[in-house]
Ligand binder design. Structure first.
Ligand SMILES: NC(=O)c1ccc[n+]([C@@H]2O[C@H](COP(=O)([O-])OP(=O)(O)OC[C@H]3O[C@@H](n4cnc5c(N)ncnc54)[C@H](OP(=O)(O)O)[C@@H]3O)[C@@H](O)[C@H]2O)c1
Length: 304
C-alpha cells in the first residue's frame, strides 16, 4: 500500500476507508470491513459527526474497540455541517468534538476537519477553538474540506496550527480541478476555473488533497462503473485492469494515486471484497500515457 505524508506531517495509507455510507451495517459486517481494511494496509478511517446522525462515528469507534485496533490506526472526523446551517463557531466546534470523542470511544482525534465552508466564518474564533483542542490533547491535527484556495488563506489568518489536508470531490467522474489546468485559456467549458486553482494551491502549500467519492460522477451522483454514459471509460478501465491484474474500480483509484500531488483516495465501499480489490491500487503506478488515456476517455475530446 502506497503511503502519503499528509500535509508533510502525518504518514498514512494512500487509501482511506470512509464511514459515510456505513450507518445501518451490523457489527459483524463492520468488523469484517475494518479487519479487511487493516489487513490490506489502511490505517486512516474517515467519518463525521453528521454521518448517520452520529452513527458513522459510533460504529467506527465500537468496531475499532472490539478489534483492539484503536491504537494502531488514525481517525479523521469532521464538524461544521448542522441540519440547517454550516457552523464554524468556537462553541459548536468544541461541543462537536466532545460528542465525537464519546461516540468514537477515544480520547483523541488524529485529524479534525472542517466539513464545508461556513459563510459566517470568523477565523480568529476557529483559531481559539483549535488552540483549546490542541492544548488539551483532544485533537492532534487539523484539516478542511470543500474549501477553495482563498477560503483556506482566509481561515489561516486566524490559525496558529497548520492545515494538513483539504477533502475535495475528485476522480475520473469529477475532474474539474484537472480540466481547468489542461484547457487553460481555451474557449472550452473545461477551462472554467471553478475553485481558484485549489489543486495548484494545495501542491504549493504542502496541503494533501483527500479525494472523496472517487467512483462517482456529478455532485453526489451514482458511480460511473458499468454506466453506459461512461462506455469508453469502462472499456479502458477494464483494459488497463487486465494489464495489471486489478479491477476497473482499482484502476480508477490508481488514476488518482498516480497524480504527483500525492493525494489520498477515500473509498466508501461496504463490501470487504470490493475493498480488498481497491487496495490493490495502492501497489500499482500507472504510466503517464495510461493516465491520459483514462482522462481523455471522460472528456471525449482531443487534448488542446
Ligand atoms: N468531505 C466531504 O464533503 C465528503 C463527502 C462525501 C464523502 N466523503 C467521504 O468520502 C468517503 C467515500 O465516498 P463515497 O462512498 O462516495 O466513495 P466511493 O468509493 O466513490 O463510492 C462508494 C460506493 O461505490 C459503490 N461501488 C460500486 N462498485 C464498486 C466497486 N467495484 N468497488 C468499490 N465500490 C463500489 C459502493 O458500493 P459497495 O458498498 O457495494 O461496494 C459504494 O456504494 C465517504 O465514506 C466519506 O468518508 C466526504
Amino acid at each position: 500500500m502506497k503511503r502519503v505524508v499528509i500535509g508533510g506531517t502525518l504518514e498514512a495509507s494512500a487509501i482511506v476507508l470512509g464511514f459515510w455510507r456505513t450507518a445501518g451495517i451490523d457489527d459483524s459486517q463492520a468488523q469484517r470491513l475494518i479487519g479487511t481494511a487493516y489487513e490490506n494496509g489502511i490505517d486512516l478511517y474517515d467519518t463525521a459527526d453528521i454521518y448517520g446522525g452520529g452513527e458513522g462515528e459510533r460504529i467506527l469507534g465500537r468496531t475499532l474497540a472490539a478489534l483492539g485496533l484503536r491504537d494502531s490506526v488514525m481517525i479523521e472526523t469532521k464538524c461544521g455541517i448542522r441540519p440547517a446551517s454550516f457552523d464554524f463557531s468556537k462553541e459548536y466546534i468544541l461541543a462537536s468534538v466532545d460528542g465525537s470523542l464519546e461516540r468514537l470511544q477515544t480520547d483523541h482525534i488524529d485529524i479534525l476537519t472542517l466539513h464545508r465552508p461556513d459563510a459566517l466564518v470568523e477565523p480568529d474564533e476557529v483559531g481559539e477553538a483549535f488552540d483549546i483542542l490542541k492544548s488539551s490533547g483532544k485533537v492532534l491535527n487539523f484539516a478542511v474540506s470543500n474549501q477553495n484556495a482563498r477560503q483556506i488563506e482566509l481561515l489561516k489568518t486566524g490559525l496558529h496550527t497548520p492545515l494538513l489536508a483539504d477533502q475535495l470531490q475528485f476522480g475520473l467522474g469529477h475532474a474539474q480541478m484537472i480540466d481547468e489546468g489542461i484547457y487553460v485559456n481555451t474557449p472550452r467549458d473545461f477551462a472554467v476555473d471553478r475553485d481558484g486553482g485549489t489543486l495548484e494551491y494545495c501542491r504549493i502549500n504542502g496541503i494533501t488533497i483527500q479525494c472523496w467519492s472517487p467512483l462517482m460522477y456529478g455532485f453526489f451522483g451514482p458511480t460511473f462503473l458499468g454506466d453506459e454514459k461512461y462506455k469508453t471509460l469502462n472499456e479502458r478501465l477494464a483494459e488497463i485492469g487486465d494489464k495489471y491484474g486489478i479491477t476497473p474500480a482499482a484502476v480508477a483509484f490508481a488514476w488518482i494515486l498516480r497524480h504527483p500531488a500525492n493525494m489520498q483516495a477515500l473509498t466508501g465501499t461496504r463490501d470487504p471484497q470490493h475493498l480488498k480489490e481497491i487496495c490493490a491500487a495502492g501497489d500499482v503506478t500507472l504510466t503517464r500515457s495510461e493516465w491520459y488515456y483514462l482522462y481523455t476517455a471522460v472528456t471525449g475530446e482531443r487534448l488542446p
